[in-house]
Ligand binder design. Structure first.
Ligand SMILES: Nc1nc2c(c(=O)[nH]1)N[C@@H](CNc1ccc(C(=O)N[C@@H](CCC(=O)N[C@@H](CCC(=O)N[C@@H](CCC(=O)O)C(=O)O)C(=O)O)C(=O)O)cc1)CN2
Ligand code: MET
Ligand SMILES: [Zn+2]
Length: 748
């Protein structure tokens, strides 16, 4: 007996970030289009070879991308919104991704509960002709390298619809789409492709049952092409939809057995005899080596219901970096229990061999041994655990309620202006860090250079006329990695890059032990900045849930415990910042919304500890200290009460891309604290005009009492260039001046 193996997506950024480098060079006119496309192709071929070498039988292909694979499907399917119609080729592609003078980009939002962002399709009333030629070319090439192992990955029609903003009815859109998917499947079949993966992750969402009829009408039509369809789901279980999804006319169905309760559903409803079950068994969302005993138990249970199986990662491996063995500076005991994409391929192959009855005893013992060595390397921190046990309710409660502490906080003009924290991370700053890491400059040299950046940043903000200043975050590689680097219990990689959006990547730190603050983390830079200005400078921290969501967490203790440990560390930092003179401290929690479970029934449990962890981190602040928080990409109409329970004095939010949707939700939810709804989109290189910002401010003033409104961009400015930032902020301050005058005139 043999057990086949499958992959359902692979990292597409290149082992040495080739795609990012090529993209950035292309955007700054240092690379031509042909070389850019060639780079993406080379990365893709390299990935195929790696998977082939690892012995994967059905290799998912076609998920390589220049920017985002959802955008790729939008373009292939001809779903081009009116405002991009006059453009073509890459010019149009990148305009849709990043905007262009006068033409806003597609909205960008989180891909399910991950830190990956996709571009939200807008289904227009008029479609352009579909063009699958790039995809077919890729599939054809993949056949050359992989033969029948090449399995094209297609974003399913209903997932595409469910994740879109629609100008027409879903039914009408579905019938247009169906026509196009039929063409695609026929063309693939004509190429000699033997099977396709259709990814339908929306089947795990709480509202998936609403789409039942559409699935039941579309899939029989797709099946008629006669190309075997492999329906792929991930990130959670099928719950309400399990029974009817099993009846869809597909030849294979993949389920995630690392999250949710698919095993229980399988036991309850069984598995159809005419289909293959793709078992998502190796966790594609975390970086820990497998624990074979627990997985063999699950695999044994599953095999009681079907023997027609394939083993695979639980989702695309795009959520983990390429290769853990490259991380030479990590302690060996830790490195040996890490598993990135390449290691996960080997794990899938190992599990398949074992299930097929081959003797893998030695391999199993070796894995066991690496875990035992790791456990000795990272013993529990009893002091931290003791502190967690002794928490009291009052630790979560500020000493005065919002309405009572308000008057004690720093007085500011109406519509106070500020930024979200980071200022441009220029290549000079990054090069400086490389030099320091290589030992070419001393710590003192490095800090002096950072301080010079802070000084320049303070001066620029004063010249622009902002009310509340920031130090600029130049010392931080990333808002999560930076804290990881300073807390015990965290490890960080040198080359563990994962795509966050487009050309922007992150190196999520690894939480491997109990977390403790060993020294102040941000006080030095705060003090430098505040010493240079009479205006208030915000202390700037990252909150617990965001640190956890943008790291690879432990799996041996709960996320709540990890969040509380981080909260305790931040709490000490808040106290130290206050002592150092901070009157305003911002504790960013941008990932709170993203971490919300995909099933609504688990929201309360999550929100309860998530919000408590923020309170634990911040409640130590004196009443006169103004606590800010920031969230980006938040559709939080449905959790506005919980946002209020954070008890932050001021929150800044993303707003500009979602058409004031968030603002409406906040207003309708009766939010009573202060709020800065982003006045412009920082993810686009386009500089907003004063008029545009005035319009945005008017929308705010129409919806909320003046005393509640702050003025700020919708996120940090680190990805922008100074040439973009300075005029944009000048326009923002000018727009505020205009509004203040108008308000003055009215009140006279
Ligand atoms: N973790 C995280 N998730 C997030 C966000 C975030 O800020 N952090 N923001 C939202 C949007 N996502 C984002 C994700 C990444 C970046 C981003 O700017 N990433 C940088 C990398 C930041 C970094 O780690 N920089 C390092 C390493 C930089 C580097 O590439 N150095 C060069 C050498 C220096 C040079 O010559 O330029 C090299 O190693 O080759 C540093 O500053 O030290 C990038 O892709 O360019 C922005 C937003 C949501 N999710
Ligand atoms: C992704 S949220 C970013 C918040 C952070 N303070 C910054 O300005 O970059
Ligand atoms: Zn943000």
């Amino acid at each position: 007996m043999t057990v086949p193996t499958t992959t359902i997506g692979y990292p597409r950024i290149g082992k040495s970030r080739e795609v990012k480098k090529a993209l950035e060079a292309f955007w700054s006119n240092k690379l031509d289009e042909e070389t850019l496309l060639q780079t993406v192709r080379e990365v893709e071929i390299f990935n195929w070879k790696t998977q082939l070498k690892a012995g994967i039988d059905r290799i998912g292909i076609g998920d390589g991308t220049l920017y985002d694979s959802v955008l790729d499907w939008v373009v292939r399917l001809g779903l081009i919104p009116e405002r991009f119609r006059h453009l073509s080729g890459l010019d149009r592609y990148f305009a849709m991704a990043r905007g262009k003078e006068g033409i806003p980009a597609l909205e960008m939002t989180k891909w399910f509960d991950t830190n990956y962002h996709y571009l939200v399709p807008e289904i227009p009333t008029k479609f352009e002709p579909a063009d699958f030629s790039d995809f077919l070319e890729t599939a054809h090439l993949a056949q050359e390298f992989l033969g029948d192992r090449a399995i094209p990955i297609i974003l399913g029609p209903i997932s595409l619809l469910r994740l879109s903003n629609l100008e027409i009815s879903p039914e009408q859109a579905a019938s247009y789409l169906l026509e196009r998917y039929l063409i695609l499947l026929t063309q693939l079949k004509n190429l000699g492709i033997t099977e396709v993966q259709i990814h339908e992750p929306v089947l795990v969402l709480g509202d998936a049952a609403n789409w039942k009829e559409l699935y039941q009408s579309i899939y029989p039509s797709l099946a008629q092409v006669g190309l075997p369809l492999h329906l792929v789901t991930y990130f959670d279980d099928l719950r309400e939809t399990y029974a009817w999804v099993m009846q869809l006319p597909v030849t294979s169905i993949s389920l995630d057995f690392t999250r949710g309760r698919n095993l229980e559903l399988l036991k309850q409803y069984g598995f159809p005899a005419d289909k293959r079950l793709g078992i998502g068994i190796v966790d594609a969302r975390n970086i820990w080596k497998i624990r074979p005993e627990t997985l063999f138990y699950i695999l044994d249970e599953i095999q009681k219901f079907t023997s027609n199986i394939s083993l695979q990662p639980s989702a695309s491996l795009q959520f983990v970096p390429y290769d853990a063995t490259k991380e030479k500076h990590l302690p060996e005991a830790l490195r040996n229990v890490l598993s990135f994409a390449e290691q996960k391929l080997a794990e899938v192959a190992f599990l398949a061999k074992t299930v097929a009855g081959e003797n893998t005893k030695t391999e199993q013992e070796n894995i066991q041994k690496t875990w035992e060595i790791f456990e000795q390397f990272s013993p529990a921190n009893l002091t931290v655990q003791e502190k967690l046990r002794n928490l009291e309710l009052s630790d979560f409660e500020r000493s005065l309620s919002y309405s009572l502490r308000l008057s004690q906080q720093i007085p500011l003009p109406p519509l106070p202006t500020t930024t979200i924290g980071s200022f441009p991370q220029t290549s000079e700053v990054r090069k400086l860090r490389v030099k320091y890491k290589k030992g070419e400059i001393t710590l003192a040299d490095y800090q002096a250079a950072i301080d010079a950046e802070i000084a320049r940043c303070i001066q620029i903000q004063e010249e622009i006329g902002l009310d509340v200043l920031v130090h600029g975050e130049f010392e931080r590689t990333d808002m999560v990695e930076y804290f990881g680097q300073q807390l015990s219990g965290f490890a960080f990689t040198e080359n563990g890059w994962v795509q966050s959006y487009g050309s922007r990547y992150v190196r999520p730190p690894i939480i491997y032990g109990d977390v403790e603050r060993t020294a102040p983390m941000t006080v030095r830079e705060f003090k430098i900045a505040q010493s240079l200005t009479q205006k208030p400078v915000k202390g700037m921290l990252t909150a617990p849930v965001t640190i956890i969501n943008w790291s690879y967490p432990r799996t041996d203790i709960s996320r709540q415990d990890q969040a509380f440990q981080i909260a305790l560390a931040l709490r000490e930092e808040v106290a130290d910042l206050e002592t150092a003179g901070a009157q305003i401290i911002q504790v960013d929690e941008p990932a709170l919304r993203e971490g919300l479970p995909l099933k609504t029934e688990r929201w309360n449990e999550y929100l309860s500890w998530a919000i408590d962890s923020f309170r634990l981190a911040t409640a130590i602040a004196q009443p006169q200290t103004q606590i800010h928080t920031h969230m980006c990409y938040c559709e939080f109409g449905d959790i506005i009460q919980e946002i209020e329970r954070l008890d932050a004095d001021v929150i800044s939010i993303e707003n500009s891309r979602s058409n004031n949707q968030t603002l409406r939700e906040v207003t309708e939810g009766g939010y009573s604290h202060q709020i800065g709804n982003g006045t412009y989109d920082v993810h686009s290189p386009v500089v907003p005009t004063t008029e545009q910002i005035v319009r945005q401010l008017k929308a705010g003033i129409a919806n909320l009492p003046l005393s509640q409104i702050w003025v700020n961009p919708d996120c940090g400015l680190k990805t922008r260039r100074w040439e973009e930032v300075i005029p944009a902020l000048k326009n923002m301050v000018e727009a505020t001046r205009i509004m203040r005058e108008e308000i003055n005139d009215i009140s006279k």
